[in-house]
Structure formats: structure tokens, C-alpha cells
Write a protein that binds this ligand. Structure first.
Ligand code: 5GP
Ligand code: MN
Length: 337
């Protein structure tokens, strides 16, 4: 893996004309915001920029300036001089089909711990609160080198990226640097409450019904060291909701006092299960997710496993139980999966 710095990335961006930007499947606030800020800056610099994602922008991020220009596609355009992959390890995680005969050069900008970064240039910093923090530093670097400046829409996106990836400035990645950058972004005139309201206070009634269904499934281990909950496809169908509406659900089992690891099991059409894991610090859930082919951060990670919901649940709970010297108890109603 080749590590790069801001200057390397700035240089290659300057040299290329047709640039495609993408992020991971099921994009989150950090991925989308980072894409939009970078795209806007590069466009102002005279580049031809396209943003292509496999999955649509979650509706809570529709307020971000430029989301209407994000193209949803299964395939990476074949005619790009350069692809910038944001907030994940590489094109694999983008879910986009790549022309294997002529793979494009790739720059990865990411803050995940996992060691699967496969760009020509990888701008990585696991200490960065969000990919948006790295994009902010990159835009500042490019500002110094050229005539284009950061503007309000870019600042709004980058603020949103740090705001969402730090859990509203609550998680341990809320560093002095993250706060300093957020403060500089706020100075562009951003209304912090407007962002918070859009992201966290604009839920629909069906989403609350889905939350209710999810809370009914919550279960805890014998020693109360881990807790989990389940979303079935039928829950989504019954309430008229989608996968994106389960974002943040894993925070409910995490919020139980004493629980060290929380897990969300979400049934995916086609006999697989998406796992979201959260840790309060003792267990590195990225390492657990990596065992199953996924990844993430020490305290937030995920993976997708083939199998039915009960099979996958048992497999994952067994491993998590071993990490915590605890076990799931299936016979008790309190531990019902
Ligand atoms: P979430 O649980 O919210 O989907 O994801 C939590 C963290 O784990 C995010 O940083 C995300 O990028 C990472 N993550 C989630 N699912 C996967 C996966 O299937 N593969 C990898 N490599 N990372 C994942
Ligand atoms: Mn991120």
C-alpha cells in the first residue's frame, strides 16, 4: 500500500481533468458530504467532475447542496482520468463494477483503521474524526496553491461530515483538531441547529414505528456485557421504510448501562445479514468485523455475512461473547433473538 500526503493528492488532482468521485455502499453523512465538498472545489478549479455512488443519498442528507447531482449507478464510468474514493479502503467497497481491462488510477482518502487501502495514493489518517476533516485539509492545501477558495456550501458539507461522524461531537474522535476545524467551518455562517434538525430531528412517523419494532427485539447477554437487536425485511415492508432508516439503531442497545458491545442484525434480501457493531472502548469491533470480511473503526464497524438471520446471529454473538467472557442466553425471553 502506498501512503500519500496532501501534496501528493493535490498534485495528482491538478494533473487530471476528468475526475470521478465515489464513496462506500450505503453512503453516510461523511461520505456524501466529503464527495460534495471536494466535487464543488474541483469544479470551481475547472475540472470535469462526476459523483457516482452505487446507493442513493439517505433522505436526511438531501439538504446538502448538490445532492441532486449525485448519480446512482452500478458501474464506474470508463472514461475517467482519476477516481477519488472517499471514506473507505478502495473501489471494492464502492460496490461499483470496474472495467477490469483498464482500471483507472485511484486516490483513496479515508480515516478507517482497516488495512485494505488499495489506491495508487492513499491519504489516510485513522486519527482524523471524519474523511471530511481530511478533505478540509486538502481544500486548504489547494487554496494555498491556487485561485479557488472554500465557500459556504463546501463548509456546510464538511461541517456535516464532522458533525455526523463524531456523533454530534460526542465520540472519542471529537479531538481538539476536529473541534477547531468545525469552528472554522461554522465561521462561514453555518447554523448548527439547522444541521442538527435536518439530520436528527426530521424523522417520519413510519421511521418511529420501525424504531418501536426494533426496540421490541432488544436482547442482552447473561452478564449484560453485550446487547443486540434485529431488523427483518418484513419490518421494513410493514412500516414502509428502507435500510437507510435503520441508521443509528445500534445506538439503542449501546445506550444500555454496562453494555460494552452493541450489535444490529439487519436482514438483507438474498440470504445475508448486515451487521453493525459498536463498542464503548474495551473491544476492537473492527477486528471482529474483519474476521467476517468487514471493517471499520475500533468503536464502530460492520460486515455482511451470508446465511439466515438465526445462523448469522449465533455465529456473531458467539465471537462477541468470547471477546467479553460472556454469552448470549437463547432460552430466556430476555435474550430472545
Ligand atoms: P455502520 O455500522 O454504521 O454501517 O458502519 C460502521 C463503520 O464500519 C463505518 O465506518 C463503516 O465504514 C464500517 N463498515 C460497515 N460495514 C462494513 C463492511 O461491510 N465492510 C467494511 N470494510 N467496513 C464496514
Ligand atoms: Mn467516515
Amino acid at each position: 500500500m502506498k501512503k500519500g500526503n496532501l501534496k501528493h493528492v493535490q498534485k495528482i488532482l491538478t494533473e487530471c481533468r476528468r475526475i470521478v468521485i465515489t464513496t462506500h455502499v450505503n453512503p453516510d453523512g461523511d461520505g456524501v458530504s466529503s464527495e460534495l465538498a471536494l466535487a464543488r472545489f474541483l469544479e470551481k478549479s475547472g475540472k470535469e467532475v462526476r459523483i457516482v455512488n452505487r446507493d442513493p443519498v439517505p433522505e436526511i442528507f438531501a439538504f446538502l447542496p448538490g445532492t441532486d447531482r449525485i448519480r446512482v449507478s452500478e458501474t464506474l464510468p470508463h472514461d475517467a482520468d482519476l477516481v477519488v474514493v472517499l471514506d473507505c479502503g478502495g473501489l471494492d467497497r464502492s460496490g461499483l463494477k470496474v472495467n477490469a481491462a483498464a482500471p483507472p488510477p485511484v486516490v483513496v482518502i479515508d480515516h478507517h483503521l482497516t488495512n485494505d487501502h488499495d489506491g495508487e495514493i492513499n491519504l489516510l489518517d485513522a486519527k482524523a474524526s471524519a474523511t471530511g476533516e481530511l478533505v478540509y485539509l486538502l481544500l486548504r492545501e489547494m487554496e494555498r496553491a491556487g485561485a479557488v477558495s472554500m465557500d459556504f456550501p463546501m463548509a456546510l458539507c464538511l461541517y456535516t461530515s464532522i458533525f455526523t461522524d463524531t456523533g454530534s461531537f460526542r465520540y472519542s474522535n471529537t479531538t481538539p483538531k476536529a473541534m477547531t476545524i468545525a469552528s472554522e467551518l461554522l465561521a462561514f455562517g453555518i447554523n448548527a441547529w439547522m444541521v442538527a434538525e435536518q439530520v436528527y430531528e426530521s424523522k417520519s412517523y413510519p421511521v418511529l414505528k420501525l424504531t418501536g419494532a426494533f426496540l421490541q427485539t432488544l436482547a442482552v447477554s447473561r452478564q449484560w456485557r453485550f446487547a443486540w437487536g434485529t431488523i427483518r425485511q418484513a419490518d421494513l415492508e410493514r412500516t414502509g421504510t428502507r435500510e437507510e432508516h435503520t441508521d443509528g439503531f445500534v445506538n439503542y442497545p449501546r445506550s444500555i448501562r454496562g453494555v460494552e458491545v452493541a450489535i444490529l442484525f439487519r436482514e438483507v434480501p438474498g440470504a445475508s445479514v448486515k451487521i453493525s457493531m459498536r463498542s464503548k472502548g474495551k473491544v476492537n469491533v473492527a477486528a471482529v468485523a474483519e474476521q467476517f470480511g468487514g471493517g471499520g473503526h475500533h468503536n464502530a464497524a460492520g460486515c455482511v455475512l451470508e446465511g439466515t438471520l438465526p445462523e448469522v446471529t449465533r455465529r456473531v454473538l458467539k465471537i462477541v461473547g468470547e471477546c467479553l467472557d460472556d454469552e448470549a442466553c437463547y432460552e430466556s425471553p430476555a435474550c430472545d433473538t
